[in-house]
Design a binder for this molecule. Structure first.
Ligand code: GLN
Length: 314
């Protein structure tokens, strides 16, 4: 990878922050009542280098709903517990080209949910988490894994969990359709509850940038120096993220930004640039595919300004 100095990265991040902080495009997610009411002006950018150094701008310590970014964490947990081959067989690793909440993700490929990074596959992933039939310890495994990856613990936002549990009708139908095709590997209601709870965890942009850096650093958390997952899993995780991280906008995202990244309707985006850094940006207003408008603009600006791409031979 290209050699880039920390001051070049800092300047690019500052420029992106200044350029987009007053942008008013997009709209908070409103299908989850809690998210509709979050301050829409919050904006943060965090970059974690592989030596553990972080660059932070704006609201990087604000705890927002992790939402679908947590799909990456739990996919990693399933990879840690089962290995790469079983994740491929039980869930899949394909693009869907569909919105995150599409029930068709289950029907696309011989009843596989396609990928752990859309709702269907993420609910299946929660069902796979060990120990099977033990909701308390499954939840502990999910939270401990996020803590390992992010270097510190996430915190459940009770109000978000309640808000989401009361309105997740689409996810309930996905869960039962999965059950119908034998793609739920534990109790369906409990698996959906774990998924809903993990989406309701509060996380900061700083924590997500550390997770992105852990993936970029072959499984060793650059801040805690702990080896979290096997080095061989790193490209598997990055390829899952690259394939479907922005749902139906994934191709456009990769083409314009050059960085594998995963979004959530809470306004977070977590990117991972192998061998260089993890980056996260957070701003609540999202576009029609559920991806944060300002976070996308900021990360794209930084990547393009630095002339970086995961797909370049530099
Ligand atoms: N919890 C949300 C849902 O299942 C997550 C969606 C997202 O962030 N794209 O609808």
């Amino acid at each position: 990878q290209k050699k880039i100095s920390i001051s070049q990265i800092k300047d690019a991040a500052q420029e992106a922050f200044d350029l987009y902080k007053t942008n008013t495009d997009g709209k908070n997610a409103d299908y989850i009542p809690y998210l509709a009411n979050i301050n829409k002006n919050l904006f943060g950018i965090s970059i974690c280098l592989l030596n553990g150094q972080t660059i932070q701008l704006g609201d990087t310590e604000y705890k927002f709903g992790i939402e679908s970014v947590s799909k990456v964490h739990t996919a990693i947990l399933v990879l840690r517990q089962y290995g790469a081959q079983q994740l491929l067989e039980k869930i899949g690793a394909d693009a869907t080209g569909l919105p995150f909440n599409s029930i068709f993700a289950i029907l696309l490929e011989n009843d596989h949910p396609s990928t752990p990074l859309v709702n269907a596959g993420a609910i299946a992933a929660c069902s796979m988490v060990k120990p099977i039939a033990d909701p308390e310890n499954k939840w502990k495994a999910i939270v401990d894994n996020i803590t390992d990856l992010c270097g510190s613990a996430p915190q459940l936002i009770d109000e978000l969990y309640k808000s989401e549990s009361e309105t997740n009708f689409n996810n309930r139908s996905i869960t039962w359709l999965l059950k119908n095709y034998n793609r739920i590997y534990d109790d369906p209601t409990m698996s959906l509850d774990l998924y809903t709870r993990q989406c309701s965890l509060g996380i900061t942009a700083t924590q997500l940038s550390i997770c992105g850096a852990t993936i970029a650093n072959n499984g060793t958390n650059p801040v805690t120096r702990k080896q979290i997952f096997d080095t061989a899993l790193s490209p598997k995780i990055t390829s899952l993220i690259a394939t479907v991280g922005f749902y139906e906008h994934t191709g456009d995202w990769l083409y314009t930004s050059g960085i594998p990244a995963k979004t959530g309707v809470g306004g977070g985006v977590m990117g991972t640039l192998p061998g260089l850094f993890g980056i996260a940006a957070f701003a609540p207003p999202i576009d029609n595919a559920g991806n944060s408008v300002k976070a996308q603009l900021a990360i794209k600006h930084i990547m393009n300004k630095l002339g970086l791409s995961a797909f370049s031979g530099d």
